[in-house]
Design a protein around this ligand. Structure first.
Ligand code: UDP
Length: 252
């Protein structure tokens, strides 16, 4: 057996060389980190849940014509993806004030925003992923004006899709982060949604109770993270049903 080649290892995922050129295998770990990796834990089952949830969201986006890197799920923890050139920006969309926006601008968590706000953060762990403006992005060559226009359009489409999907199962999409990559088709390049979409990178609040169903459960020690993610998967109908009614019956 030849060991497959690891291309990259991040905090929550590992990328391996894929079976064909232009593909990668994305492996979801159980590791959770927060506050720029100052807080760490292993949460059993998180990788499996995020693999399935990201598959579900990316497939749904593909079905409405939003291009993503997702090709297919391979097993419980791995999915086959298109290899992209990641743009070094985290694209955050916010519908309700929370987290760093609330802290920075003194807006109470839970305040609905007058319109979705798109923000960019420069991906650099050593700098703590600072908030950057479009001026910085263009001046430092991280993306062009055309890329920025495309990224905002993509991010808002993802927001509309995810907000509706989540509201349908009684969950408010407060905010989320996506990463975007470039793919090249001959002389043309286009931008597609990459990385993952999961409760690790979204804020999800139960409509009725306000219960947090996302990584804030871990960041703020609010309970069992895997329980919260399982609740999201359950509501979306992604958990295997109890098959006991169709199996053999015990006869006394
Ligand atoms: N987010 C993320 N990765 C990061 C930073 C933020 O996935 O490195 C997500 C986070 O889960 C939330 C949204 O982006 O859904 C906005 O995060 P915020 O800027 O409020 O930062 P935080 O409070 O998480 O530090």
């Amino acid at each position: 057996m030849v060991r497959r080649k690891k291309v990259y290892e991040g905090k929550a995922k590992i990328l391996y060389e894929g079976p064909e050129p232009g593909t990668l295998v994305q492996y979801f770990k159980d590791d959770a980190t927060a506050f720029n990796a100052e807080k760490r834990a292993t949460i059993e089952g998180k990788g499996v849940l995020n693999n399935r949830l990201s598959e579900y969201f990316m497939t749904g986006l593909g079905n409405i014509g939003v291009p993503t890197h997702f090709i297919r799920r391979l097993n419980m923890r791995e999915q086959l993806i298109r290899s992209v050139e990641i743009i070094p920006l985290e694209v955050v969309v916010r519908n309700i004030a929370a987290g760093s926006l609330s802290k920075r601008l003194g807006i109470d968590e839970g305040t609905p925003l007058p319109r979705p706000i798109v923000e960019f953060y420069f991906k650099d762990d050593a700098l703590g992923d600072p908030l950057v403006s479009e001026e910085h992005i263009i001046a430092f060559g991280w993306a062009t004006q055309q890329d920025l226009d495309d990224m905002v359009a993509l991010a808002l489409r993802v927001n509309d899709f995810l907000s509706g999907l989540m509201l349908g199962v009684g969950i408010k999409l407060v905010d989320f982060k996506i990463e975007i990559g470039r793919v090249f088709d001959g002389d043309y390049q286009r931008l597609i949604v990459a990385d993952e979409i999961s409760p690790d990178s979204c804020r999800l609040w139960d409509v009725a109770t306000g219960r947090k169903l996302d990584k804030d459960v871990f960041r703020r020690d609010l309970g069992d993270l895997a329980d919260a993610y399982t609740e999201v998967a359950n509501r979306l109908g992604l958990m295997p049903k109890n098959k006991s009614t169709t199996g053999p019956k015990l006869v006394n």
